[in-house]
Design a protein around this ligand. Structure first.
Ligand code: MN
Length: 720
């Protein structure tokens, strides 16, 4: 799905009304929107759309997974605290406690914007996990927030794009996976790949788009045949073609497979009403098409740990092609696509199996998060969390028969700390299946574990840190020791800081004014003086770094009068009738897509939209990759000499005279610069340049000219 820059509240409401009819709830949603749009009034996003379109889009993503009304309200309000200085109290007064807490939760996570260094990255990861421990809806909103931000990420500089992509892959994707939110997960993965490895990503998109018609034909034929067998046996069903995710293709290519060998590119999904129908359908399909050995998976009898249920099989299908077929009920599909988000009433009493499983999943995150503020090795933390989230899990029992989920590799130490921190701190030994075991014993599925404790035990042994497998146990042990160190760092940090101020002849009282401290805390994302001193004491911050935050704060923003330089031609693309030749069809309405803005010379393809004629995209455009859209061969008419508009992003390290230079490079060419948007973002400069151009050769030459401007680091075309 694409960003909807023109999305209106009415459209959102229409979508919500398909599953929420309660007037009071709809009123609250309405009120939230009005509140947010007043607060965000005048604010713009980096891509110059009105800010309110962002919360609207986030709410829209959530409405597509049938989020409850509090979640929708919180999504609409999610940036009002951070961006508009709205207080939690104000939200409480207007919207009640629950919605206010959700917004507060999202704000806490977002307060730490990623800025590339490991420390804030770790802190950010941590906050995301904290969100999980409070109310899982906070994290679901965060997912939607990130998803929309990534859909519009083309506007950021490369470094930020890569950092966001990395963080998404490292933390949000595994959490989405754990929570079974596969649909959002898949899109996050694809967007991450797009920005972390654009060449690979667009390469796959292009190959998929080129082979799409052929694949569609195979899939449709196969669908007809399978449908026929099922109808003959009276099984009510629906069959859909299924696009393989680009990320899963990338993974396979990365493992050394060739594109042509990835046989499950042809994929079908069969929907039936009941579990029994699933098995019967599979039997019928196997009676006609030979299954590929070892590709049969029964996730109905044995659901995945994120609750996913489905039958999977691969068969030798029509014309010798392999088909990967998934068979499931509609209910299973809902859970498979949205996981935890398929069940919004999870907080109600009278829990179902699903709710129990979900509680278990959440407990898992809470356990990871039971981490003291002050652990030392920050990079280790990321590794730990990733390990804990991604690894296989085992299920073991307390002597009372309570199940505890632990990552594979855990020891009795992990078990003890999972039960309770004090059980860990006072542990003297462990008994597994009635036998005494060493503390580094690796627990196995179904082990029954009894921990012996002694309340006179003074505390854990530091050697346990290496024996524990989970980050939460290790961190609890470290926290025990850190607490002792903390006091010392605090004292040391204060001393270092004061002596540095003295060295630079700055008065402590003047320097440590409320305003200055506020600025420092904001910059370092901390909230009190103790944290500052401890940070200095343990070398997290240097005293110079702190002092520079205040003393270097007199940058002036040099605004150039770009609008005057830029030719503000308003008429849009020329009449392009006849410029694009649709093979085999004359006289059909053709329109140029607004996401990838092809120009003559670009390799293009046509997308047959219902009722709107043929939409022309670049072959590498990801917006046409989904399987059920129809593509048709088209090419540019050689004779065309009309101008077409397209967008460029010019990245620069400075903004001095860049605008002038961009415009100057159009002298003596056919190019027209139609508009330039300046995007200043934390010391980086990006210019979104709309140009009007006759063909690709001219554009490429122009782009090369731009690259030669000093301070310009990159020039690229935009695909929205
Ligand atoms: Mn946001």
């Amino acid at each position: 799905m694409k960003d909807k820059p023109k999305l209106t509240f009415e459209e959102l409401l229409e979508k919500i009304k398909t599953y929420i009819q309660d007037e009071k709830q709809l009123d609250m949603i309405n009120k939230s929107y009005e509140f947010a749009s007043i607060k965000h009034k005048g604010q713009k996003r980096l891509n110059h759309t009105d800010y309110i379109k962002h919360p609207l889009n986030v709410a829209y993503i959530l409405a597509s997974i049938n989020a409850d009304y509090q979640t929708i309200c919180a999504a609409l309000l999610h940036d009002t605290m951070e961006m508009c200085g709205v207080s939690k109290e104000e939200l409480e007064d207007n919207f009640g406690n629950e919605i206010a807490s959700l917004v507060d939760g999202v704000t806490k996570i977002n307060r730490l914007n990623y800025n590339g260094d490991t420390e804030s990255q770790v802190a950010n990861h941590r906050k995301i996990l904290v969100g999980l421990t409070e109310d899982v809806r906070v994290i679901i909103i965060k997912m939607a927030d990130r998803l929309h931000n990534m859909r519009t990420m083309y506007i950021l500089d490369e470094e930020k794009q890569k950092a966001n992509a990395k963080e998404t892959l490292e933390i949000l994707v595994p959490i989405a996976h754990r929570l079974g939110m596969n649909k959002i997960k898949t899109e996050l993965e694809e967007l991450s790949l797009r920005y972390s490895k654009p060449d690979v990503y667009f390469g796959i998109v292009e190959r998929l788009n080129k082979s799409k018609n052929e694949r569609n034909k195979y899939v449709e034929d196969m669908m007809d045949e399978v449908s026929k067998i099922l109808n003959e046996h009276g099984i009510k069903h629906e069959i859909k073609g299924r696009a393989k995710s680009i990320y899963s293709i990338y993974k396979k290519l990365d493992n050394g497979k060739r594109f042509s060998d990835i046989y499950d590119l042809l994929a079908l999904r069969v929907f039936v009403d009941t579990e029994a129908d699933c098995y019967q359908a599979m039997g019928l399909i196997h009676s006609k098409y030979r299954p590929v050995p070892k590709r049969l998976k029964d996730y109905i009898a044995m659901p995945k740990s994120n609750m996913y249920q489905s039958l999977h099989t691969t068969v030798f299908g029509k014309d010798g092609n392999f088909f990967e077929i998934q068979i499931r009920t509609y209910e299973m599909d809902r859970v498979a696509e949205h996981g935890i988000a398929s069940h919004w009433s999870y907080k109600e009493k009278g829990k179902t199996m699903l709710q129990d499983t979900m509680e278990e999943k959440l407990q898992f995150f809470r356990n990871i998060m039971e981490i003291k503020e002050n652990d030392t090795d920050e990079e280790q933390f990321v590794k730990d969390v990733k390990g804990d989230i991604l690894n296989d899990t085992i299920y073991v029992y307390t002597p009372k028969g309570d199940v505890i989920e632990l990552p594979n590799g855990s020891t009795p130490i992990d078990f003890a700390y999972r039960v309770h921190t004090n059980v860990g701190h006072t542990m003297v030994g462990a008994i597994v299946n009635e036998k005494i075991v060493p503390l580094d014993y690796k627990l196995k599925n179904n082990d029954i574990i009894k921990i012996n404790t002694n309340k006179n035990q003074v505390g854990p042994s530091s050697s346990w840190i290496d024996m524990a497998y989970t980050s939460s146990a290790r961190n609890k042990i470290k926290a025990y020791f850190n607490k002792i160190d903390k006091e010392q760092y605090l004292k040391k940090g204060e001393e270092i800081f004061i002596s540095e101020l003295r060295k630079r002849k700055l008065s402590y009282n003047e320097f440590a004014s409320d305003d200055n401290l506020k600025k420092i805390f904001k910059e370092l994302k901390i909230d009190n003086l103790n944290d500052l001193y401890i940070g200095i004491g343990n070398n997290k911050y240097s005293p110079n770094q702190i002092i520079n935050i205040i003393t270097n704060d007199n940058k002036t923003k040099e605004q150039i009068l770009i609008d005057r330089v830029v030719n503000k031609e308003t008429n849009d693309d020329s009449n392009n009738k006849g410029d694009v030749v649709v093979e085999g069809i004359d006289n059909i309405k053709v329109s140029i897509s607004k996401c990838c803005h092809p120009i003559p010379g670009d390799e293009i393809t046509g997308y047959i939209s219902s009722g709107h004629g043929i939409n022309i995209h670049r072959v590498m455009c990801p917006n046409i990759k989904d399987l059920d859209e129809r593509l048709i061969k088209v090419h540019w008419n050689d004779k065309t000499d009309q101008k077409y508009s397209t967008y460029l992003l010019v990245h620069a390290t400075d903004n001095k005279e860049i605008l002038f230079n961009i415009v100057a490079k159009t002298a003596n060419t056919n190019m027209v610069v139609k508009s330039i948007n300046t995007i200043n973002n934390e010391g980086k400069y990006i210019f979104e340049v709309k140009v009007s151009v006759t063909n690709l050769l001219d554009l490429n030459k122009f782009m090369n000219d731009l690259k030669n401007i000093s301070n310009v680091t990159n020039v690229e075309r935009v695909i929205k």
